[in-house]
Ligand binder design. Structure first.
Ligand SMILES: Cc1ncc(COP(=O)(O)O)c(C=O)c1O
Length: 389
């Protein structure tokens, strides 16, 4: 297909639900992408948080090859080895829990919301936060604290109360006899890389314990090494009651996952919830390879080290450019908040071969692969510097 044919097919045949850059990619390796003209790009926002291992990681490729040649799919009314192994690994690396597998972040959050309702035995209200993002399906959308995503899709699913992020008093004031859970991202991704304070999270954990509420942590974007720990809650010294994962766990293959602490996990029994594709052999094999690569290749340590280096360089840009309001981040989940709209800067970076994202109109989001190299960060910063200039 020629470039024009690709654009023509998209225009004619695909619903226009995404804002698109006119780039057609054909190949990827590590932090690099090749377009149809053989131009090379440095990818500092791989797959919207999916690409923690970078593009085409060899362990992911061999996991797929090995599994597709053995057994591609087995539904959930039978057993298979890859699901048994992956569940054991995820539980081992997180907290005593049981797992429900599905196919996306929204679906994992839907599962958590359904779980909370069943657990609540009539209590159903969930407290969520301004500027949060939990997905596009109806309940996840209703939980999302951003009107721009909800507008036009009313009536929303009832039972969500949205309060200010990092405001423990607001949460306390919203708890009533119908409240069953608190749902939050520890670092709001789509909302602009807003970091939950330690006091706030410890306060939430205490409040949930006192009131018998479920603390549901959405780690769809923060999970699987992004912040320099395997899961972001591990920075806070707390354990969630429920955690949702997706994105990077599948390295580009669709997976969603809800973990529920062990002593309450059997609240959902046979027939109460399901997903045909959830936890199939190929994706489970891939996710095991992802976890293995993170451990074997010491990618958490690299994410911490490279994250510090990236923040250091971003802060030197802040010292030089007044349009930068703030630089923030944890591990390799980093942001540059501007005093102006970020789209022009993103376009300029792309034209110079660096892919980054802008969220919340003014927040540049840089989330390179966990195996990013120092020289790739240097190159990205030099392009960003040029764009800011
Ligand atoms: C924190 C968070 N939760 C949920 C979702 C929804 O995930 P998905 O697009 O896989 O449904 C996202 C997607 O960006 C997210 O960042």
């Amino acid at each position: 297909m020629k470039l024009e044919e690709v654009f023509e097919s998209y225009n004619e045949n695909i619903m226009p639900t995404y804002t698109k850059m006119p780039l057609v990619f054909v190949k990827g390796k590590g932090s690099r992408l090749w377009d149809i003209h053989n131009n090379i790009y440095l990818d500092f926002f791989p797959g919207w948080g999916v690409g923690n291992l970078g593009h085409c990681h060899p362990k992911v490729m061999s996991a797929v090859r090995e599994q597709v040649s053995k057994l591609i799919f087995i539904p959930n009314n039978y057993y298979h080895l890859p699901q048994a192994k992956l569940a054991r690994e995820i539980v081992y690396w997180s907290f005593p829990s049981k797992v429900f597998f599905c196919n996306s972040g929204a679906e994992a959050n839907e599962a958590a919301i359904k779980f909370a309702r069943k657990f609540g035995k009539g209590k159903y209200e969930i407290i969520t936060f301004e500027n949060s993002f939990h997905g596009r399906t109806m309940a996840a959308l209703s939980a999302t604290g951003q009107k721009k995503y909800q507008s036009g899709f009313e009536p929303l699913v009832e039972g969500f109360k949205t309060v200010r992020f990092n405001d423990l008093e607001a949460v306390k004031n919203s708890v009533n006899d119908k409240t069953v859970a608190v749902l939050l991202e520890l670092i709001q991704g789509e909302g602009g890389i807003n970091i939950a304070s330690k006091d706030f999270v410890l306060g939430l954990r205490k409040l949930c314990d006192e009131k018998g509420l479920l603390l549901i942590i959405d780690e769809v974007q923060t999970g699987v090494g992004r912040t320099g720990k395997l899961f972001c809650y591990q920075h806070y010294g707390i354990t969630p009651d429920i955690m949702t994962l997706a994105k990077a766990l599948g390295a580009g293959f669709p997976i969603g996952c809800m973990l529920v602490k062990k002593d309450i996990a059997d609240t959902l029994t046979a027939g109460m919830h399901a997903s045909t594709f959830g936890g199939g052999p190929v994706i489970c094999r891939v996710a095991s390879a992802v976890l293995k690569a993170i451990k074997k290749e010491k990618l958490l340590a690299n994410a911490q080290k490279m994250g510090e280096y990236l923040l250091l360089l971003l802060n030197t840009l802040k010292d030089r450019y007044e349009i930068i309001k703030e630089v923030r981040g944890v591990g390799l989940m980093t942001a540059v908040e501007l005093n102006i709209e970020g789209k022009g800067i993103v376009d300029k970076c792309i034209s110079k071969g660096l892919l980054i994202n802008c969220t919340h109109e003014r927040v540049l989001r840089l989330m390179p692969a966990l195996n990013v190299k120092k020289k790739e960060i240097d190159q990205a910063i030099s392009i960003l510097d040029e764009a800011l200039r």
